[in-house]
Design a binder for this molecule. Structure first.
Ligand code: NAD
Length: 368
């Protein structure tokens, strides 16, 4: 493929990280950027995320072979409309990065149908609570799912071209219908954010009357409420653009809560036991201990004593390995053997880790 001009609108966490990944895979491509604020534009130029940057969205669009809209969902829809009024390159590919897909795909079909453009929705499924070009990370999408949601403007070659463009991200590409994307993410992402925020709201009020609440809130509560720290603006637009699916999940969940309340008020011990046993079994089968449900990480669990420098001792043994994550399980849980959980990128390093830790320490080592 010849040299291409890529235009990324929105040089925030996602746009900036995509730019780095594109440059890694295709150092010869020209990457142009749009950002409305000076700050991220200047950082993007300084960090070499883009070759040139503008604060006028329409300025670079006609130069591009591929346009990526990495702005909030509502603004993505505004820019799709703007693009319909611009003189773009023939057969230009347009995509986005929005966390919900149905409204964006519908807007692209509405505004761009009469133009010679290709459009496919995109959702790179990785992120963090950070934002802006300063947070851009070329490794953000490694092993993450990168979802394409085709539209009436998607050709056979559209997704293939984008996969090639984005090869440097080392993501896992997958295609799914936009409506199904929004339904599945309502269950595993959008609704859990509501639950987490509600739990936080409830506990916050409770703490006003019971001052030990904050002190007793331990690992389980922290796990359940971590995502309540997410950026409110992004989550507001996610809910508003996936209203139907989220409302349906809320209504389903209310019935489940009512059922547990009923079992409890009836002192139905067996049914309550079964309820927990079923949830535990389902969680084990879902393999969600692994990052993003992706079986690309290889975990080792080490039972270490609570002593000074013990973690440093283990890390020293693991020098030179592809260690990607380290987690200290603060609570003893029945379903996890070992306090220290270390993740590697490949099975070879996992085997090596098991051997060096077993040979050099007395700690018990487990592999799930
Ligand atoms: P960010 O805040 O880091 O960057 C947002 C960018 O959009 C910035 O460049 C900002 O200047 C620009 N922007 C915001 N409002 C604008 C407006 N009204 N007009 C023009 N530009 C505007 O956010 P991000 O995390 O990079 O999110 C970008 C997109 O990626 C969103 O659609 C979001 O749903 C999606 N997304 C986010 C995550 C995540 O976890 N952060 C994950 C996957 C997808």
């Amino acid at each position: 493929m010849g040299k291409k001009v890529i235009y990324i609108a929105g040089l925030g966490l996602i746009g900036g990280s995509l730019a780095l990944g594109i440059k890694r895979g295709h150092p010869d491509y020209t990457v142009l950027g749009y950002n409305r604020s000076d700050k991220s534009r200047i950082i993007a130029l300084e960090r070499g995320l883009v070759d040139e940057a503008t604060d006028d969205f329409a300025a670079f669009a006609p130069l591009a072979d591929i346009i990526i809209l990495a702005v909030p969902i509502k603004q993505t829809i505004v820019f799709l409309k703007t693009l319909s009024q611009l003189d773009l390159k023939d057969n230009v590919i347009i995509t986005d990065a929005g966390s919900t897909k149905l409204e964006i795909v519908a807007a692209a079909e509405k505004y761009l149908m009469d133009k010679s453009v290709q459009f496919v929705g995109s959702h790179p499924m990785a992120g963090s609570h950070k934002s802006g070009a300063v947070a851009a990370d070329g490794h953000l999408f490694e092993n993450a799912y990168y979802i394409f949601t085709p539209s009436k403007l998607t050709k056979k070659s559209t997704i293939a071209t984008l996969k090639d463009l984005l090869s440097g991200l080392q993501a896992r590409f997958i295609e799914i219908e936009a409506a199904e994307h929004d339904r599945v993410t309502s269950q595993v992402s959008h609704f859990p954010h509501i639950l987490s925020a509600s739990l936080m709201e409830q506990a916050g009020e409770y703490a006003g009357e019971h001052d030990m609440t904050n002190r007793f809130a331990a690992g389980g509560f922290r796990d359940m409420t971590r995502i309540a720290e997410s950026e409110p603006g992004m989550w507001t637009s996610i809910l508003l653009t996936n209203k139907e699916a989220v409302l349906e999940r809320i209504s389903d969940f209310k019935q489940r809560l009512d059922r547990v309340a009923q079992l409890l008020s009836q002192d139905d011990e067996e049914a309550i036991w079964n309820y927990f046993a079923q949830a535990r079994q389902t969680r084990k089968e879902m393999e969600i201990h692994k990052r993003g449900g992706v079986e690309s990480f290889f975990d080792i669990f080490v039972d270490v004593p609570d002593e000074e420098d013990v973690i440093l001792e283990i890390l020293e043994l693991l020098r030179g390995t592809s260690l990607v994550n380290i987690h200290i399980n603060e609570e003893n849980r029945e379903d996890i053997s070992g306090i220290l959980q270390i993740s590697f990128k490949n099975a070879k390093d996992l085997d090596h880790a098991r051997k060096v830790i077993t040979d050099n320490t007395d700690y018990n080592v487990f592999i799930e």
